[in-house]
Write a protein that binds this ligand. Structure first.
Ligand SMILES: NC(=O)c1ccc[n+]([C@@H]2O[C@H](COP(=O)([O-])OP(=O)(O)OC[C@H]3O[C@@H](n4cnc5c(N)ncnc54)[C@H](OP(=O)(O)O)[C@@H]3O)[C@@H](O)[C@H]2O)c1
Length: 287
């Protein structure tokens, strides 16, 4: 495959690009500042807002892995998606895998981070470009943020009772590489997740028997994120955590085994034909 990875210098796209290059594919990494593409990936500098540049990036590629950056303005995201569709159509891309960056609620919300990705997924699936949509849950790698783990505590802005199939970036990469090539998946939307679905206290226990879980206040999370990412972006990301918290409380408590916002179909690994690692092994790997 000759694969274009959009966002190849980021945490998610970087993991995808690294995996594909490691499998021996020819990988072109698209981002505005391309110096940090993983080894074996050819940097291709460009901005998703530049239609002509996006088209050049697609020239000659057979497959594409697409992740939209932390931009939640509907018109800007629509333009990015239009440019991707035009580029992929012109190149005759055989399979495009779109990572929504999050699970998406079953009904329309007022949360831009969900709705812009819902529109993007629909546009790509309706574009005529053979597309697979992957909807990840929360990434295990988020647990590396300095504010998450303290002495004897794991803090995260999710309800303690909410069970989450935390997905390591490496698992996303494995799922993406499989979704690019597996037969019979064109038009599919797959909720991917790790095999270990754990509540907050179960997550904390993976770090040690005496480690407890603390639900972080979303406003505190937002204030911390605003200091590094700016108030607007922090508000958009915090809105997703507020929605998840309120949805959990509306549902009246825990749901497991295929239910709830983070429910994962039991056969997703079989459909992709790949083993996806979970948070249990990911935490062990930190030691
Ligand atoms: N589910 C979760 O746990 C979770 C966690 C984090 C993020 N997310 C979601 O994942 C998505 C991306 O998040 P992220 O930014 O943290 O991802 P990321 O994978 O770390 O990085 C984004 C990538 O896009 C590139 N990029 C940014 N703006 C661009 C532009 N205008 N044109 C071309 N390339 C551009 C960046 O490089 P340059 O800056 O060099 O261009 C970088 O390579 C968002 O939708 C976010 O909400 C989900």
């Amino acid at each position: 495959m000759r694969v274009l990875v959009i966002g190849a210098t980021g945490a998610q796209g970087g993991a995808v690009a690294r995996r594909l290059a490691g499998q021996g594919h020819e990988v072109r990494g698209f981002s505005r500042t391309p110096a940090a593409v993983p080894p074996g990936v050819s940097p291709f500098p460009g901005d998703l807002g530049d239609a002509a540049r996006v088209k050049e990036a697609f020239a000659g590629v057979t497959h594409a892995a697409v992740l939209l950056p932390m931009v939640y303005d509907a018109a800007t995201v629509s333009a990015y998606v239009r440019h991707v569709i035009d580029g992929a159509r012109a190149a005759g891309v055989r399979r495009l895998v779109f990572n929504t960056g999050n699970r998406l609620p079953g009904t329309v919300t007022g949360v831009a981070a969900f709705e812009t990705r819902r529109h993007a997924a629909a546009a790509l699936l309706g574009s005529g470009v053979p597309t697979v949509v992957l909807r990840p849950p929360i990434y295990a790698d988020n647990l590396l943020a300095p504010w998450v783990r303290g002495a004897g505590v794991v803090r995260y802005p999710l309800p303690a009772g909410l069970a989450v199939p935390w997905l390591p970036h490496a698992g996303l990469a494995a799922a993406t590489a499989a979704a690019l090539t597996r037969d019979g998946l064109d038009g599919a939307t797959l909720d991917v997740g790790g095999p270990d679905t754990v509540t907050g206290p179960e997550l904390a226990a993976l770090f040690g028997p005496d480690v407890r879980y603390e639900e972080m206040d979303v406003a505190e999370f937002e204030a911390g994120l605003a200091r590094v990412a700016g108030a607007r972006m922090a508000a958009e990301v915090a809105a997703t955590y507020r929605w998840i918290r309120d949805d959990f409380s509306r549902a009246g408590g825990p749901a497991r085994d295929g239910g709830g916002f983070f429910g994962t179909a039991g056969d997703v690994q079989e459909r992709l034909g790949v083993r996806i690692g979970g948070v249990r092994d990911w935490v062990r790997g930190l030691a």
